[in-house]
Design a protein around this ligand. Structure first.
Ligand code: 3PG
Length: 391
C-alpha cells in the first residue's frame, strides 16, 4: 500500500481518518487519551509539512441524520487545540466542502452523524473523497468496519494512503503473528469463550503456548473434568474448549491449566479471597483469579518467550484482592526481553493500573480491530487500501 510518508503533502488537502473514539465521562472529560496520543503524531506531521489538514473520526454510536451533542467531538477538539498549540475549528457542516489553510488543522464533526456512514454508502463516500486531494487511513481501531469513512472513501479519493499509526499497528501485529520470534506465547482471557472462539481457533494454529484466563479458563477447567463451583463458565462451549486442547496437542503447542486459583463466595471487592488447588473449588465458590503458584509458572513461561501477545486480564483485577495474577503476568511481560504486544480495553486498563505501558513493546489502539486481526481476518479498510494500490 501507499504510505503517507511516501507522499508530498505540502499545500494538499489531506483528509485523515483517525479513531478518536475515546471514553468521555458525564462532565465531558476525556478519561483515556491513549488513542489521541497515538493519532497526534500523524496530525502534527501533516500540519508541519504545510498540509491543509482535515481530521475525520467517529465517537460512540450516535443515530445518523441528526446532531447529537453527547456524541460531539468538541472535547477532542479542545484537546487537540491544547496539544497543537493552534486553533482547531470543529466543523459540523462539511459535506459540501471546507476551507482550510496550509498548516491549519480542522476537525470534522462525528462522521457517524452522517446518513449512510454505517452502511458504507457510496454517495457519502464520494462526498468525503471530494473534500481532499489525499485521503489517509490511519484509524486502526476502526479498520475492521467497512463504513463510508474507513472503506468506501478509499475507492474514490484521488490518492489513498495508509497513515503512520495504521502502518505501525500492522507492522507490530505482523511481527508478532506472521514472523514471530519463538516461543510465541499468547494470553487470551476474558469472560466468555463464545466471544473469543474464532480467535482461540486461529491462534492455536500459530502459537507455541496459549495461556487462557478468566471465564474462558473456567470453561477449560470444566473441560478438564474439574468443578468450578459458582464461577462463570459456558456449558455449551465445553466441546469447543476440548477441541482447542486437542488441536494444541496435535501441533505440540502447550495450553497450561491453572494448578491453583483464588476463590471467593461472591463477586465483590470486599469478598474474602482464598487460594485453593484447582481441583478443590467448592460448590458456592467463584474463581476470580489464578493462584500464586500458577502465576509463578506462567511468569516463568513469559520470561522464556520470544514473543508475547496479550489480550485480557486473567482475573478480576479491578478488585485488588483478585488482581495479583494479572499483576504478576503484567510485571513478567514488562521484565521480559520478548517482543510484546497488548491490546483490548480491559488489557490497557491493566497495563495502566500496573504502570507498565513503557515496558510493553507495542500497545495497540484497537479493541475490536485488534481482536479481528488475532482472529486472522483481513481488515476491510486494509483490503481496500491494498486493492487501491494494486490498480
Ligand atoms: C472501537 O472502539 O473499538 C472502535 O472505535 C470501533 O467502534 P465501534 O465498535 O463502535 O465500531
Amino acid at each position: 500500500v501507499i504510505r503517507m510518508s511516501d507522499l508530498d503533502l505540502r499545500d494538499q488537502r489531506v483528509l485523515i481518518r483517525e479513531d478518536l473514539n475515546v471514553p468521555i465521562d458525564d462532565h465531558g472529560q476525556i478519561t483515556s487519551t491513549q488513542r489521541l496520543d497515538a493519532a497526534l503524531p500523524t496530525i502534527k506531521a501533516a500540519r508541519d509539512v504545510g498540509a491543509r489538514v482535515l481530521v475525520l473520526s467517529h465517537l460512540g454510536r450516535p443515530k445518523e441524520g441528526q446532531f447529537d451533542a453527547e456524541s460531539s467531538l468538541a472535547p477532542v477538539a479542545a484537546w487537540l487545540r491544547e496539544q497543537l498549540g493552534t486553533p482547531v475549528r470543529l466543523v459540523a457542516d462539511y459535506l459540501d466542502g471546507v476551507e482550510v489553510a496550509a498548516g491549519e488543522v480542522v476537525l470534522l464533526e462525528n462522521c457517524r452523524m452522517n446518513v449512510g456512514e454505517g452502511k458504507d454508502d457510496e454517495t457519502l463516500a464520494k462526498k468525503y473523497a471530494a473534500l481532499c486531494d489525499i485521503f489517509v487511513m490511519d484509524a486502526f481501531g476502526t479498520a475492521h468496519r467497512a463504513q463510508a469513512s474507513t472503506h468506501g472513501v478509499i475507492k474514490f479519493a484521488p490518492i489513498a494512503a495508509a497513515g503512520p499509526l495504521l502502518s505501525a499497528e500492522l507492522d507490530a501485529l505482523g511481527k508478532a503473528l506472521e514472523h514471530p520470534a519463538h516461543p510465541l506465547l499468547a494470553i487470551v482471557a476474558g469472560s466468555k469463550v463464545s466471544t473469543k472462539l474464532t480467535l482461540l481457533d486461529n491462534l492455536i494454529g500459530k502459537v507455541d503456548q496459549l495461556i487462557v484466563g478468566g471465564g474462558i479458563a473456567n470453561t477449560f477447567i470444566v473441560a478438564m473434568g474439574y468443578s468450578v463451583g459458582n464461577s462463570l463458565y459456558e456449558p455449551a462451549l465445553i466441546d469447543a474448549a476440548k477441541k482447542v486442547l486437542a488441536d494444541a496437542k496435535r501441533r505440540g503447542a502447550e495450553v497450561p491449566m491453572p494448578v491453583d486459583v483464588v476463590v471467593a463466595p461472591a463477586f465483590s471487592a470486599q469478598a474474602p479471597a482464598t487460594v485453593k488447588p484447582v481441583d478443590q473449588v467448592g460448590a458456592g465458590e467463584m474463581i476470580l483469579d489464578i493462584g500464586p503458584e500458577t502465576a509463578r509458572r506462567y511468569a516463568e513461561m513469559i520470561a522464556k518467550a520470544g514473543t508475547v501477545v496479550w489480550n485480557g486480564p486473567v482475573g478480576v483485577f479491578e478488585f485488588d484482592a483478585f488482581g495479583k495474577g494479572t499483576e504478576t503476568l503484567a510485571r513478567a511481560i514488562a521484565a521480559s526481553s520478548a517482543f510484546s504486544i497488548a491490546g483490548g480495553g480491559d488489557t490497557l486498563a491493566a497495563v495502566d493500573k500496573y504502570g507498565i505501558a513503557d515496558d510493553v513493546s507495542y500497545i495497540s489502539t484497537g479493541g475490536g480491530a485488534f481482536l479481528e486481526f488475532l482472529e486472522g481476518k483481513e481488515l476491510p479498510a486494509v483490503t481496500a487500501l491494498k486493492a487501491r494500490a494494486a490498480k
